[in-house]
Design a protein around this ligand. Structure first.
Ligand SMILES: Cc1cc2nc3c(=O)[nH]c(=O)nc-3n(C[C@H](O)[C@H](O)[C@H](O)COP(=O)(O)OP(=O)(O)OC[C@H]3O[C@@H](n4cnc5c(N)ncnc54)[C@H](O)[C@@H]3O)c2cc1C
Length: 107
């Protein structure tokens, strides 16, 4: 089973937590989760961006904690431009190799 999640924000982290809580993956499959995000950052909360930009908060204050215990492969800085459902394929910008999925979630 290969799961692709488009997005690396709060919704994606919640999805990973739900997968871990409900044990939807076998231990062998846990390395088969791929997260794609056009941003290059670790998961963060945009709602604190202003405080970060005005230096009232540091980087560590706006990063989202991850407690799911899964180790998804992260493709950061890659923009999804199209999903080809009939071929279970996520197409990335700049001719990067398409990402194949069995299950796809996008936020
Ligand atoms: C300035 C600001 C202040 C806010 N204040 C509040 C508040 O006070 N209270 C509140 O409840 N909410 C607030 N929000 C909203 C809150 O931040 C969002 O609801 C929350 O971040 C949504 O989480 P998400 O994971 O769905 O999306 P996001 O955090 O937006 O994450 C989207 C992810 O998808 C990726 N992505 C998107 N398109 C593509 C693509 N084509 N290809 C690859 N990756 C892609 C992005 O890189 C990112 O990783 C605020 C938002 C902003 C911007």
């Amino acid at each position: 089973m290969k799961i692709v999640i488009v997005g690396n924000g709060a919704a994606a982290i919640k999805a990973l937590e739900a997968m871990a809580t409900h044990k939807v993956m076998s231990s062998a499959d846990q390395g088969r989760i791929t997260i794609i995000s056009r941003e290059r950052t670790a998961p963060y909360s945009p709602m604190f961006l202003v405080d970060y930009l005005t230096r009232e908060l540091g980087e560590e204050d706006i990063l989202l904690g991850e407690k799911h215990g899964l180790s998804p492969h992260r493709l950061l800085g890659e923009k999804v431009i199209r999903v080809e459902d009939s071929e279970n394929k996520v197409v990335l910008e700049n001719g990067v190799k398409p990402c194949l999925y069995k299950h796809l979630t996008y936020f």
